[in-house]
Structures are given as C-alpha cells and as structure tokens.
Design a protein around this ligand. Sequence first.
Ligand code: BGC
Length: 347
Amino acid sequence: MKASITKTQFGVLQDGRPVELYTISNAKGAVLKVTNYGTIITELHVPDRAGRLGDVVLGFDNLAQYLAGHPYFGCTIGRVANRIGGAKFTLDGKTYTLAANDGPNHLHGGLKGFDKVLWQAEPQQNGSIKFTYTSPDGEEGYPGTLNVTVVMTWTDQNELVLEYTATTDKPTPVNLTNHSYFNLAGEGDILGHVLMLSASHYTPADATLIPTGEIRPVAGTPLDFTTPTPIGARFDQLDTNPRGYDHNFVINRAGKGLALAARVFEPKTGRVMEVFTTEPGVQLYTGNFLNGTLKGKRGVVYAQHTGFCLETQHFPDAVNKPTFPSIILRPGQTYQQTTVYRFSVRV
Ligand code: BGC
C-alpha cells in the first residue's frame, strides 16, 4: 500500500471560510483524519491484534457538531494549556488578566483558544501536514504576536508525531498540547484499559485544580501507575468530584529529549499506545465531565469515562509558580515541543 494524503471539504465557518479535512493513510493502511479547524484529529484508525482497523479517538462526523461546542476533542490547545489560577499572571512587572472560563480560573487558552481558530495547512512530501497560525498580540489577553506551527506526521510505523514550534515578538507564556480523547477498544468505557505512567511524582492541586506548588511522590496513593494498573481500579480511593483522574504527573526523565511518559494496553483488542514527549508533565484526564449529552461518530453516546486524555505539557499554572519549569518565551527564542503517540498490539 502506498501512503497518501487527500483533502476534502469539512464545512464552512459562520464567516464563510471553508474548512478542510485531511485524510492521511500510511503504508500499513492505518488512517488519520485531521481538520485545519483547531487542528482537530477527528479520526484515527489503527489495527487490533487481529489486524482489524478501529477508530480510537472521540469526535464528531461533521464540522457543525464541533462548532456547537465540545470538551476539546482532538484539538491543539494554546496559547497556554490547562489552568491559570485566578485567570491572571504577572510578567516582567505587568499583570495580565485573562478570561475566567473555568470557575475563577483560566482554562485551555480562554474563550477562543487555538482549538477554535482556522489554521493554514500545507501538506508535506513525507506524510506530514504543517499547520500554522498567527495569534495576534493581545489575543485572549496574552501579550505578543505568536507564530505557531504544528507539524503532524502519521508514520508507516503507526506513530502520530506532533512537533510544535512558536516564536514571539514580546515575552509571553506558551504551553501547547493536544487534547485527544482515546478509547483503544473503540467503544464502551476506558476503566479496564491498563495504564503505566512513567511518573514517580505528581503536582497536588486544590479543589479548583490549581497546583499547590508542591511536587509529591505517587507511592502509596491511587496515583501510582508506575506498575501497570487498570485505569478504573482505584477510582473509589480518589477524592475527586466527578470521579476519575484529572491530575498532572511529573514524567521521570534522565535528560532532555523524548522520554516515555505512558503506555496503555487494552486487553480485549490488544491495542497498545505509548506516549513519548519532550515535556516535563502529562495530564491524565479520564473524561470525568462527559455525561452522555454528546453524541459522537457512528451515533455513539459519550458517557462518563468513555475516553481518556494524556496531555503532555508544562505544569498547570506554571506562570504563577516560580518553582515549576518556566513557560515564558522571549523574542529570539523558539518554543519547541515534540510528542509521539505510538500504536501497536500485544498478542
Ligand atoms: C482538564 C479537565 C477539563 C478538560 C476539558 C482537561 O485537560 O484537566 O479538568 O475538564 O480538560 O475537557
């Protein structure tokens, strides 16, 4: 089989701009679909242990449903992923106020983050698509014009490679991620997926999910996934409401570069997903807020815990936590983050 990229129209925005959908088939016949609206990954078909392809991400069949609102299915998140406490931060002596779109806090870039903008798409020679977006100075309250690039590659080894870069003309915080919800069985809940997280520590948070600033060991807590454990096995030991995980883990790493963050195994289908990243953290979110009101592809109702996210990132509220790795990008510097989701099977 020969790898190919095809482009179709996915719909039009309210202002009349057309939205594209790209289908990338790799040499193994596995298929990734991505739209330039929000760079949303709408479908990802990978083989099970019998070689049958199945769609392992949550999403919708059409643009209208994405425009009607959804909890960040498949998109790029920016300018700053996850939460900023009190929806403000001070940078070089100046305080910036952002939209409080999650109780008192700012979440996932604000009211119209990078998930809700139209990106320019340029298919490349090697099964990649290069997406670019210029975020204007002051957009969603953030300082500086930010030129952002996301290169998505769907390799013949069933690896989804996401390479992000950004440059700015004023100092600004930047923390980009992808918010795909995975379900390696393609249906049902994800409680029986067996998860290994290469993380001996996590960042404890308050009731509104803002980190306290501490870094604590996972040992002896239901957050210890250093030994592979079914995702749902210890939900009853968590004090979260709604039930499930929504935590930032500190990835064990020896140095810079790609490190293994997670491995997920789905016993019924044999599908395995490994996550490698250059980032210091990963948010495990188990679809706690899904409540059955959204109907996705193939008419499937997205009930609670029918998908999980592994969002590779710098730590939440890093912009207000001097002890966390900095997310400030300055003119002349280039932001870079790479994350690889690798799919395989275990027999
Ligand atoms: C957050 C959750 C939030 C979800 C939105 C996750 O990254 O950690 O708290 O509800 O995104 O869908």
